[in-house]
Design a protein around this ligand. Structure first.
Ligand SMILES: *Cc1c(COP(=O)(O)O)cnc(C)c1O
Length: 348
């Protein structure tokens, strides 16, 4: 019996309604990385009323185009005339974030919709002030090119009081004061910074029910519930170690349940001793190292049988944000890291 990731349709719909309650801007639903690990084919039908879907690379556009005729935004843009032609054939809108892309787009002979991405402080992708002005003036004389929107990305949106947030917003507003369509907000900014919403918002992680902001889940509901079966149970004596490296030693007699999920499925190997696992409605601590195919949990006196189901995350008592914290990572990495061995199935 493999580990299962159950995808809740109603949770996704609920989270989308939270997005809409927060802002009346148009919605760019972020479905990169196979819809944050939730599988494009399961998620796409649930976000039919998003205004546009965004993915990172052309291979993702190809997969997405097979299942929807909705507008698609290609975040990485294109880097050769072949890629440009592919993007046009797939009818996607293209982000331009680098000066090398400006000439490439300008030489094209077909009608094309683009988004311009400017760097307001992230210093990763995006045109500088000068490059942006150059881009605007060179596209102005090209009737084939439609500039749909000007966008930028926050570096620190999840830290509500970080000074970068207002600095980036100010820079963005200055550069785009005469722009009709603008887009800046990811999930953290949608939840916390209405001044950043503009005309298009770009929710990602919040659609999937994880909060990007510590200590506040904003009533978001987990979309993915990851579970796996109990495959063995054993009682061990005080002083007995469990797992690779014998790193955990029982300080009293206790009962260990072995769960059929490990880092080969995407459960984080760095999950610490004490990371909670929900079994028969009781939170039990992970003990010992995570193996490729299994983990060990201390169930104490709880009543547990072989074949019972353990929930690893995606429950109101055990959110993925908690597991991420115990694993020194973020929910994004855990959700996108589910391996091909896990069966991802659609549920109510
Ligand atoms: C992934 C991504 C987002 C969404 O970020 P979340 O934190 O998941 O909401 C928004 N904008 C861009 C450019 C992205 O790449």
């Amino acid at each position: 019996m493999p580990a299962v990731a159950l995808i809740s349709q109603s949770a996704l719909t609920h989270n989308l309604s939270i997005v809409k309650n927060k802002s009346s801007a148009k919605i760019v639903a972020m479905v990169k990385a196979n819809a944050y690990g939730h599988h494009l084919d399961l998620i796409t039908p649930l976000i039919k009323n998003a205004d546009i879907l965004a993915v990172s690379g052309l291979s993702e556009v190809q997969k997405l185009r097979q299942i929807t005729s909705q507008p698609i935004l290609l975040l990485s843009g294109v880097h050769s005339s072949q890629e440009l032609q592919q993007a046009i054939d797939l009818k996607c809108q293209i982000v331009i974030h680098h000066p090398a892309q400006i000439a490439l787009i300008n030489n094209n002979t077909q009608a094309l919709s683009v988004w311009l991405k400017i760097d307001t402080g992230m210093h990763r992708l995006g045109l500088s002030d000068d490059e942006y002005q150059h881009c605007l003036s060179s596209f102005k004389s090209n009737s084939l090119i439609t500039i749909e929107c000007v966008m930028s990305h926050f570096a620190c949106a999840d830290e509500l009081n970080h000074p970068m947030n207002s600095l980036q917003l100010e820079t963005f507003e200055q550069l785009t004061s005469d722009t009709i369509n603008r887009s800046m907000a990811n999930s953290a900014a949608i939840l916390s910074n209405p001044a950043s919403h503009f005309e298009f918002i770009r929710p990602g992680i919040m659609l999937y029910g994880a909060s990007p902001i510590a200590d506040n889940n904003y009533n978001l509901q987990p979309v993915m519930q990851l579970s796996a079966p109990v495959i063995a149970i054993k009682t061990i004596q005080a002083g007995t170690s469990v797992g690779y490296g014998a790193t955990w030693v029982a300080d009293q007699q206790t009962t260990i349940a072995i769960i059929g999920i490990g880092y080969g499925d995407g459960y984080p190997r760095h999950a610490k001793n004490g990371t909670p696992v929900l079994i028969n409605d009781i939170l039990c601590p992970l003990v010992g190292r995570v193996s490729m195919d299994m983990i060990t949990i201390d169930i104490g006196n709880a009543t547990v049988s072989i074949g019972d189901t353990a929930i690893l995350w995606g429950h109101k008592k055990l959110r993925v944000e908690t597991v991420a914290k115990y694993s020194n990572t973020i929910s994004y990495e855990l959700l996108t890291g589910i391996s091909g061995r896990v069966s991802v199935v659609s549920g109510e």
